[in-house]
Design a binder for this molecule. Structure first.
Ligand code: PLP
Length: 411
């Protein structure tokens, strides 16, 4: 047995360092289905509290939507629980192919390939497409899964300051004659700030310098853009973004699964060489059926994304009027800036006591001194839920001196 006391002690010491730094991830237990009203047990075994959820990626309120559940149940009945195989051995059903076609059409791309998660999609794509002759130029705020995917490939790497087009252009100029292919990598919506990547400008620069554009639209697919296609629709560059990676674990049903949408040669390369695709189980049938119901629903009506847009605008207006310092933006991710990490955690705890479930984010997830509470709106919220959240914020904000007389506004 190699799990010695020394090893155990070393892990315990690291865990207490994590806790001392206020970074220990304490999980709260939800005892009903994911949704707007959740029953939270915290700590485990204590009495359940019914609270309003303002921190899920359940943007369209579909995680427990009756139509999605019914479809998933049908998938379970008709095609079983799981595939017990990766896709290329015996893990591909006709419905996997059907969902890939629907997703490609929804996102306006030639083809699509499913993964167990978007983390896997991002882990697969760079290694398959790029070598040390190429360069990947990424926004500095990209998601951890893109960073890890980039690390897994041999391409040369560079980066530009968040959404700074002057900086990106300097990098493109510098690499133009040094690399075979250049690829610009960005999130569509940056999840900690809720701001959009300027895709129109990125695509214009990509065209000028001959670079590919890859966007991770996990926090946009289903609701950003007039019909919810994503940031490429919002900025009118549907056909200029070459490759989209996204998740089905947020707006698109909230269960799990990820995908890459783009040119057929790219999806075919991924089917043949993408390691997380070749060496990990295929997406289970109930999720395939659920996701198909989601895409069908979103292709027929924009009702949910329109409600979400209204909700986000309403919450933003009320909070600004109350004197809170918000990151300006137009997405349903609305950070309430507080600056101090302890203040952010105290505020989240007090809000939970008021029946509002939100989380405080601090360093290293966000820059030092930029602690915040990230509020996420959902189409599942009704006006009365938002009014209750705003009232809770005002009550706690005044108590902690964030707003009102003598307030120290966060940066
Ligand atoms: N990309 C971004 C931008 C994300 O925010 C996330 C999830 O947090 C992922 C990828 C990973 O998605 P998945 O949960 O499908 O692995």
């Amino acid at each position: 047995m190699a799990y010695t006391d020394a090893f155990k002690g070393q892990l315990a010491a690291t865990l207490s360092e994590v806790a001392d730094a206020g970074l220990y991830k304490d999980e709260r237990f939800i005892c009903n289905e994911q949704g707007v009203e959740i029953d939270v047990e915290y700590p485990r075994g204590s009495e359940k509290m019914r609270v309003l959820n303002f921190c899920a990626n359940n943007y369209l309120g579909l995680s427990s939507h009756p139509q999605v559940i019914e479809a998933a149940r049908k998938g379970l009945d008709e095609r079983g629980y799981g595939m017990s195989s990766v896709r290329f051995i015996c893990g591909t059903q006709d419905v996997h192919n059907e969902l890939e076609k629907k997703m490609a059409a929804f996102l306006g791309k030639e083809d699509c390939i499913l993964f167990a998660s978007c983390f896997d999609a991002n882990a697969a794509i760079f290694e398959v497409l790029f070598t040390d002759e190429d360069v990947l130029i990424n926004d500095r705020l990209i998601h951890a899964s893109l960073i890890d995917g980039i690390r897994l490939c041999n391409a040369q790497r560079d980066s530009y300051k968040n959404a700074d087009m002057g900086h990106l252009e300097r990098k493109l100029k510098m690499w133009k004659d040094k690399a075979r292919h250049m690829c610009i990598v960005t999130d569509g919506v940056f999840s900690m700030d809720g701001i959009l990547a300027p895709m129109d400008k990125i695509c214009a620069l990509a065209e000028e310098y001959g670079a590919l554009v890859l966007v991770d639209d996990s926090h946009a697919s289903g609701f950003i853009g007039k019909t919810g296609r994503g940031v490429h629709e919002h900025f009118g560059v549907m056909d200029k973004v070459d490759v989209i990676t996204t998740t089905m674990g947020k707006a698109l049903g909230g269960a799990s699964g990820g995908l890459v949408a783009g040119p057929r040669e790219i999806t075919e390369m991924l089917r043949n060489r993408g390691r997380p695709y070749l060496f990990s189980n295929s997406v289970p049938p109930p999720i395939i059926y659920g996701a198909m119901a989601v895409v069908d629903m979103l292709s027929q009506t924009t009702e949910l994304r329109d409600k979400l847009e209204w909700n986000a605008k309403y919450f933003r207006e009320k909070m600004e009027a109350a004197g809170f310092n918000l990151v300006p933006g137009e997405t349903p991710i609305i950070p309430v800036m507080l600056g101090d990490a302890k203040l952010a955690n105290d505020m989240a705890r007090e809000l939970l006591n008021e029946g509002i479930y939100v989380i405080g984010f601090s360093h290293p997830v966000v820059p030092m001194g930029k602690a915040r509470i990230r509020v996420q709106l959902s189409a599942g919220h009704d006006k009365e839920h938002i009014d209750k959240a705003v009232a809770g914020f005002i009550k706690v904000g005044e108590k902690l001196g964030v707003i009102g007389k003598g307030a120290k506004a966060g940066s």
